[in-house]
Design a binder for this molecule. Structure first.
Ligand code: ZN
Length: 240
């Protein structure tokens, strides 16, 4: 796991039913590198350093990301030789997942759910989901669109799981016995308490995605949350 930024916003934005909804809460932004014998697969890309420096200028949009304080100790490019990445998987198109995409060479394929990509092209869905098209514009020419669950390498080792709700085509990623749940659940407890963020595309659907991940947990898989400051530390991720 790489740390590719931090976001600070009001507790009530990140999670419903907070006792002090205005209290600032700082969340880590993770990305994951999965190395196989022949591939280096990057899952999510974190914040773009330009957005951290000046979001309004980076997105050419006054007030862009004004609700968030953004920080970054080291960008994706500082931590990884991006020329060695063989493909990128985006769990969804939010700025803290797709923002660093334009740092990668434009030859690297980008794997996204079709429903997510299509939502990112529609004005109403862009607005409802706070998508910032600059984050993913560079993917248009090298897209690999998938529909639903997908065996990424064809050998069962890495499986993309359609888990919509947070965004229209959100996906989680199973790597062996570990599931990167991404933003189905920001915090580890979210899977059970269903205290979702104040925003989101479809809460009922997000609830069903959480139920799906709980089922996988019951079957013995480990589920990692999307932004839990207590759990997400950079470094090797245990697969047991
Ligand atoms: Zn996120």
């Amino acid at each position: 796991m790489l740390n590719v930024g931090w976001m600070t916003a009001a507790a009530g934005l990140w999670r419903s039913d907070e006792e002090e909804p205005g209290r600032p809460v700082r969340l880590p932004v993770p990305a994951y590198l999965v190395e196989t014998g022949t591939e280096r697969i990057l899952i999510d890309t974190g914040l773009h350093p330009g957005a951290v420096a000046d979001a309004a200028a980076h997105y050419d949009q006054p007030g862009a990301l004004a609700l968030f304080g953004l920080e970054q100790e080291a960008s994706l490019a500082d931590q990884l030789d991006l020329d060695t990445v063989t493909r990128v998987v985006l769990t969804h198109l939010h700025f803290d997942h797709a923002g660093g995409l334009s740092l990668l060479p434009d030859s690297v394929p980008v794997v996204v759910q079709r429903a997510e990509w299509e939502a990112g092209q529609e004005a109403a869905a862009i607005e409802r989901n706070f998508f910032l098209p600059r984050d993913y514009a560079s993917a248009a020419e090298r897209l690999v669109l998938v529909d639903g669950d997908h065996d990424l390498l064809g050998d069962g080792s890495i499986e993309l799981l359609l888990t919509p709700g947070h965004t229209p085509g959100h996906q989680s990623v199973r790597v062996g016995d570990l599931v990167l749940g991404a933003d189905v659940a920001y915090f580890a407890a979210t899977l059970d308490d269903l205290r979702f963020p104040a925003f989101g595309d479809d809460r009922a659907e997000q609830g069903r995605s959480a139920e799906r991940l709980r089922g996988m947990r019951s079957a013995g898989l480990a589920i990692r949350p999307g932004h839990d400051p207590e759990l997400l530390r950079p470094g090797a991720v245990s697969l047991d």
